[in-house]
Ligand binder design. Structure first.
Ligand code: CIR
Length: 262
């Protein structure tokens, strides 16, 4: 097991600009058509915040054939030991993985692939200093988790399976790592007891959509518009950067979905 906790320290990130096809992105509930121009501005703010921490941030061009391709997190799990290419549970997103692979190959000596038949998406994986938590969801099933567990066992990384609440897209829709021992989570997820042994900061009442944040080096990036949760994080001493997320939210996306971090 990795003893030194570097689970929130990164030297690189990979992002992808949204394209015109974003209007056809998957969504659980239709809350309106995403505005590409506004999403691009939010995306630029996001990239700028990552860069501000000193990281090398790649911005890949849009992939018009894949409307959800801006949500790169779902295509791979990146760890110091190597990268694992995922196998998305959403059929329309399967091809995004092959499109991401060439960007990862030069950066990792060890690249593995989830071959199937199981499915698993990066949004269901939370890496902490002590373990890799994987949520079983509508996108990530037991077979996908078992295949990942086998790979991680070879890297001496313990994997713990948890359940994602019904109606929640991904595990990390409802939680984020803030530091080696602290998790930001919704009450509905924390109630399951899956974070026992960690310090948990709950999102404020009615602000569940703030849970998908990221700790990236010295900054915590969170979606703008959740003042109660922002205050809790500031009070706990975190340096916050609030990023507009109105357009990604229409497609059930948040801060973690927009990058691969390693
Ligand atoms: C989807 O349904 O796949 C996209 N519209 C949103 C993916 C969000 N990804 C993430 O939370 N890691």
């Amino acid at each position: 097991m990795t003893t030194k906790d570097t689970s929130w320290q990164f030297s690189r990130a990979i992002t992808r600009q949204p394209g015109k096809s974003i209007v056809a992105g998957l969504r659980a509930v239709d809350t309106g058509t995403p505005d590409l121009a506004l999403m691009l501005r939010h995306h630029a703010d996001y990239v700028a915040a990552l860069r501000e921490t000193g990281a090398d941030v790649t911005v890949l061009p849009p992939l018009e054939d894949y409307p959800d391709a801006v949500f790169v997190e779902d295509t791979a799990l990146c760890l110091p030991e190597g990268a694992v290419l995922m196998r998305p549970g959403a059929p329309s997103r399967l091809g995004e993985v092959a499109a991401m692979a060439p960007s990862l190959r030069p950066l990792f000596d060890d690249i593995r692939q989830i071959e199937g038949p199981g499915t698993i998406e990066g949004g269901d994986i939370l890496t902490t200093g002590r373990e890799v938590l994987v949520g079983q969801s509508a996108r990530t099933n037991a077979d996908g988790i078992a295949e990942l567990a086998e790979i991680l066992a070879g890297w001496d990384r313990p994997l713990r399976e948890v359940r994602v609440p019904d109606g929640v897209l991904h595990f990390k829709t409802d939680c984020s790592l803030l530091d080696g021992e602290t998790i930001l989570a919704t009450e509905r997820l924390a109630r399951s007891g899956c974070f026992e042994g960690y310090r948990v900061i709950l999102t404020a009442q009615g602000e569940e959509a703030a849970a998908n944040a990221i700790r990236f080096n010295d900054l915590v990036l969170m979606a703008a518009g959740f003042p109660g949760t922002a205050q809790r994080l500031r009070d706990a001493g975190y340096q916050l950067r609030e990023i507009g997320n109105s357009e990604c939210a229409k497609l059930d996306g948040g801060m973690s979905c927009l990058s691969l971090r390693f």
